[in-house]
Design a protein. Structure first.
Length: 55
């Protein structure tokens, strides 16, 4: 996930998370990594939205 994707997500409410499948990758681990990335991003966006509403 790049910084531009994170910044764009805050403005458009859209996001893209990617996982790289390479030799030796395990599909379940890649899904878990994607879930962690999205959870982190969504929590940051949600926290920022709550702070903006409180101001």
């Amino acid at each position: 996930m790049s910084l531009s994707e994170v910044l764009g997500a805050r403005e458009t409410s859209e996001s893209v998370c990617r996982a790289g499948i390479v030799p030796g990758s395990h599909a379940e681990h890649e899904w878990q990594e994607l879930d962690k990335k999205m959870s982190t991003l969504l929590s940051l966006i949600t926290e920022q939205s709550i702070l903006e509403q409180a101001s």
